[in-house]
Design a protein around this ligand. Structure first.
Ligand code: NAP
Length: 334
């Protein structure tokens, strides 16, 4: 049987680079979407080892009507990762809501209209659409897949962080609403990771253009943080484990119509600083010391039993994630 082809949107991104690689490694053909010719070249360079299995389609504006109509033709499945992850938007509608929500519905519509062969669409959602941000650290609470961020449009407009959380919540809701309303041939699965860390595999011009979660860790090794910052989300996912989760959510029949929390464990910035200072002693001047060995602050936890049992996903420990990530970040410093 000929190899299947999956379409991966936002192929230039931090997470997408690992997702593309995971599919290529398993023998799939991948068609990635990017916004420009220049980015297309970078994606080809990133995956040059798999040149024969990779093609790139240009979708300049995913919020535009019919944006994905051409890109979906001829593929067997779709992994929709493209969505803005920015916490400093000023025009929430244009920078966040439209690309997140329109981008998602547009790919579902295109698949239903132009490609009945698409069997499964996996959407990279976020823990942002699971947690209730009005409950703060919520010690003792365990988030599960049944939890949905109850954010309202009014709250979404209150500040840029709430706007990002809402963009992911509304986009993920749109996935399940679309399927309920339109009964397409394909099934969907959504993945909800909290902060994603681990090595950088995509092309990054300089440290200023790092994606949001990598930028957070970079600030812990370049001297910009003078004290250990407060931990904003109390769980992390390793980018390689998350990439594997995309492959499994695409392949497993039982993932049809499901939503999965993908998280390795709870963590704190203090633990990350401790790991960096221990494993990279030459860096220790640039990494805040804080209260070495301090226990995790009391906060909610995430129940990831469903991903472990239904997808068979295994999770790396924080130390491996951070050591590999710091090694990849240090390469950008030289
Ligand atoms: P990233 O490196 O910034 O990647 C985002 C990708 O989306 C890029 O390919 C980007 O294209 C594309 N994109 C952004 N805005 C777009 C727009 N308006 N139109 C078309 N494409 C657009 O971020 P990432 O961390 O890999 O995020 C990937 C996905 O994971 C997102 O859905 C994000 O919400 C989700 N997620 C991330 C984390 C995390 O901690 N990193 C946690 C939970 C969920 P360009 O390269 O052209 O900008």
């Amino acid at each position: 049987m000929a190899a299947q082809t999956v379409l991966v949107t936002g192929a230039s991104g931090y997470i997408a680079a690992h997702v593309v690689k995971a599919f290529l490694k398993k023998g799939y053909n991948v068609r990635g979407t990017v916004r420009s010719e220049k980015t297309a070249e970078e994606v080809h360079k990133t995956h040059s080892k798999y040149a024969e299995q990779l093609s790139v389609a240009i979708v300049p504006d995913m919020a535009a009507a019919n944006a994905f109509d051409e890109a979906v033709k001829g593929v067997d499945g779709i992994i929709h990762t493209a969505s803005p992850f920015i916490l400093n938007a000023t025009d929430f509608e244009k920078e966040l809501m439209q690309p997140a929500i329109r981008g998602t519905t547009s790919i579902l519509e295109a698949a239903q209209k132009y490609n009945p062969a698409v069997s499964r669409i996996v959407v990279t959602s976020s823990f942002a659409s699971v947690l209730d941000p009005t409950q703060g650290q919520r010690p003792g609470y365990v988030y599960k897949e049944a939890d949905w961020n109850p954010i309202t449009v009014e709250q979404a407009n209150s500040n840029p962080v709430m706007a990002y959380l809402a963009s992911k919540t509304f986009a993920e809701r749109a996935v399940f609403d679309y399927v309920d309303a339109n009964k397409p041939n394909f099934t969907v699965a959504t993945l909800c990771p909290p902060m994603v860390y681990g090595p950088i595999a995509h092309s990054v011009a300089d440290v200023k253009s790092l994606n949001t979660s990598s930028g957070d860790i970079n600030r812990l090794i370049d001297g910009s943080e003078k004290s250990v910052p407060d931990t904003s989300f109390h769980a992390f996912a390793d980018v390689r484990d998350l990439a594997e989760a995309h492959v499994l959510a695409f392949e497993k029949p039982e993932a049809a119509g499901q939503r999965y929390l993908i998280a390795n464990s709870a963590y704190s910035y203090q633990q990350i600083c401790d790991i960096i200072r221990e494993k990279f002693p030459e860096q220790s001047e640039l990494t805040p010391k804080g209260d070495t060995g301090a226990p995790l602050p009391p906060a909610y936890r995430l129940d990831t039993t469903k991903a472990a049992t239904e997808l068979g996903l295994k999770f790396r420990p924080l130390q491996e994630t951070i050591v590999d990530m710091v090694n990849s970040l240090l390469k950008l410093h030289h």
